[in-house]
Design a protein around this ligand. Structure first.
Ligand code: CA
Ligand code: CA
Length: 256
């Protein structure tokens, strides 16, 4: 017997029981029929030798010493990872195969214990597993006995100025336009001093530079100019003269 899998071969005429007894003597001109049965998690793939092939029984007419090989292949099953939620992150597997990211499914051998680890991106939080018998926020270990799907949920908090995945209380001082934030990670700070005021501006915070941290931003009522202090890129204007307060409402502010 050969191959990555396992199984047994028996002869209809008693003699071969392989597993343990893999050769036997038979009288000249005896027709010996061999039957192959794969173990759980393996598949009988083919016969070779003795004039046999395919996956049915193998009948050999004994006129000389004869060798027959049965090949068993260990089954592989697909493990597929899905990522859902408002946040982002990466799921990796041990043994290697899944880096999701880009490679979100991979085949693993029967009975392999695959451990999945989730890592949230900056500004996101990993909030749990579902599927594959997994739950909670630790690692997820799946024993591969069938094709399995596992879902990882990542969430992103709104108004998260310090990017730890938790919303931070923030205020906009009407008279001066000062921004004050109590960051859940870094404590009190001012992401943008003297940046707009209530008379001429509407605060429109959001993550305009895509680093997972909310940016102080204002919409100039008269002109419709947008001004952002990006937590990653600093001051910039994502959309000049895009709406004005007479005819338009900035929908970022409206959603607050
Ligand atoms: Ca925070
Ligand atoms: Ca940002």
């Amino acid at each position: 017997m050969t191959g990555t899998g396992s199984g047994g071969v028996t002869s209809v005429l008693a003699g071969i029981d392989c597993g343990s007894t893999c050769s036997a003597s038979f009288n000249n001109n005896t027709n010996v029929t061999l039957t192959a049965a794969a173990s759980t998690g393996s598949t009988f793939t083919s016969w070779s030798g003795g004039g046999c092939s395919g996956t049915g029984t193998c009948t050999v007419t004994i006129t000389a010493a004869t060798s027959v090989t049965a090949t068993f292949t260990l089954n592989t099953y697909s493990l597929a990872v899905s990522k859902v939620g408002t946040g982002s992150g990466t799921v990796t597997s041990a043994p290697t195969g899944i880096t999701c990211g880009s490679t979100c499914s991979a085949p693993f051998n029967y009975n392999t214990n695959v451990t999945l680890t989730a890592a949230a991106s900056t500004g996101s939080t990993f909030t749990g597993w579902s599927g594959g018998g997994c739950s909670g926020t630790g690692t997820c270990t799946v024993t591969m006995t069938a094709a399995t799907s596992v879902t990882a949920t990542f969430t992103k908090a709104s108004d998260d100025y310090d990017g730890d995945g938790k919303t931070d209380p923030a205020v906009f001082e009407k008279a001066t336009g000062n921004w004050f934030v109590v960051g859940s990670k870094v404590g009190f700070f001012t992401p943008a001093l003297n940046f707009g005021n209530d008379t001429n501006y509407i605060p429109v915070p959001g993550d305009y530079d895509g680093d997972g941290k909310t940016d102080a931003a204002v919409f100039e009522k008269a002109t419709g100019n947008w001004f952002v202090v990006g937590s990653k890129v600093g001051f910039f204007t994502p959309a000049l003269n895009f709406g004005n307060d007479t005819n338009y409402i900035p929908v970022v502010a409206l959603a607050k």
